[in-house]
Design a protein around this ligand. Structure first.
Ligand SMILES: [Zn+2]
Length: 315
């Protein structure tokens, strides 16, 4: 479940997508609007698999973009879309379909998907970081999500990096990694620089301010725009710093970077690795691979399926 798009997929136990449906999230605010749509999409999936594959689906996995209570299937907070707090989405879908339904936040689901079926296959432990509009993360150990004592493990997006000068984050704290290195942070940083220095030689300066988004910064960087490259370099510095801190504590086998901003590839990875080398302790700096995720746009649905497969002891 994304802010703008609901994707439903039938996924087999090897992480292969058999069928995929995408629908726009209804524009109304709040939880009421998308639930009937979700139920219809799941029913369609059940019908399809019976008809085409002569099989029966075993479970539903749901990835949601915000903190959830995994054990009860209830959404705890929704930073980006209002009205979802307290919705028992797992229970609602279970009651509507008769299938066990497991709710997980999308970063945990994406991390598990990468560990079982993507860039992290074969790794015993990994730190997953999803950089999109916001920044989510997951710690995967032995093919399982490490949730921590308060279901809060992996929240690298809200690690405070610069409480002195950093921008205020969606969570209310100042200088979180999300406020410094997410897609929206790239756009904001560019708009701030353009406002401060009107004479900057950048293709971004030709755009109306409200069109200077993280995506535009990424596109400009790919064309060699010096302002865009500088902004991405600064974000990578913060990202490398956060990864070094997390890695010093967790010592995972690898770090997997996913989400829309990871499509920048080496433009993001090269300066991130350099910063990571400077900030991580030597054995960690020398031996921890930082790689781009492999599941791309399918990470959400494959990750949600991975959650259900693990819960049902099928992986
Ligand atoms: Zn924050």
């Amino acid at each position: 479940m994304g802010n703008t798009r609901l994707s439903t997929a039938l996924v087999d136990a090897d992480g292969h997508i058999l069928q995929l449906w995408r629908e726009a999230t209804p524009a109304q605010q709040g939880a009421d609007a998308p639930i009937p749509l979700l139920e219809r999409m799941v029913a369609e999936g059940q019908e399809h698999i019976r008809r085409e594959c002569n099989q029966t689906p075993v479970a539903i996995g749901i990835g949601f973009g915000g903190p959830v209570d995994h054990s009860t299937g209830v959404i705890r907070r929704s930073h980006h879309t209002q009205g979802w707090e307290g919705v028992a989405l797992g229970k609602e879908l279970h009651e509507a379909t008769g299938l066990p339904a497991f709710l997980e936040n999308d970063a945990n689901a994406g991390g598990l998907g990468e560990a079982l079926f993507g860039a992290g296959q074969g790794a015993d432990s990994l730190l997953y970081v999803n950089i999109g509009t916001g920044i989510g993360g997951a710690v995967i150990i032995g093919g399982r999500i490490h949730r921590g004592a308060h279901s809060n493990a992996g929240e690298i997006g809200h690690v405070v990096i610069d409480p002195w000068r950093g921008p205020v984050c969606t969570c209310g704290k100042r200088g979180c990694l999300e406020a410094l290195a997410s897609g929206s942070a790239l756009g904001k940083a560019a708009r701030r620089r353009l406002q401060e220095e009107s004479s900057l030689d950048s293709s971004l300066a030709t755009l109306p301010a409200n069109e200077v988004t993280g995506t535009k910064v990424g596109e400009a960087a790919q064309e060699g725009d010096s302002l865009a490259l500088e902004i991405i370099g600064q974000a990578a510095e913060y990202l490398g710093l956060a990864l070094a801190g997390a890695t010093n504590v967790l010592d995972p086998e690898m770090i997997v970077i996913g989400g829309g901003v990871s499509e920048l590839g080496d433009l993001l990875l090269a300066p991130t690795r350099q910063a990571f080398q400077r900030y991580a302790t030597p054995p960690v700096a020398a031996n921890t691979a930082i790689v781009i995720a492999q599941l791309g746009y399918d990470a959400g649905v494959i990750g949600a399926a991975a959650v259900a497969l693990v819960e049902c002891d099928l992986r």
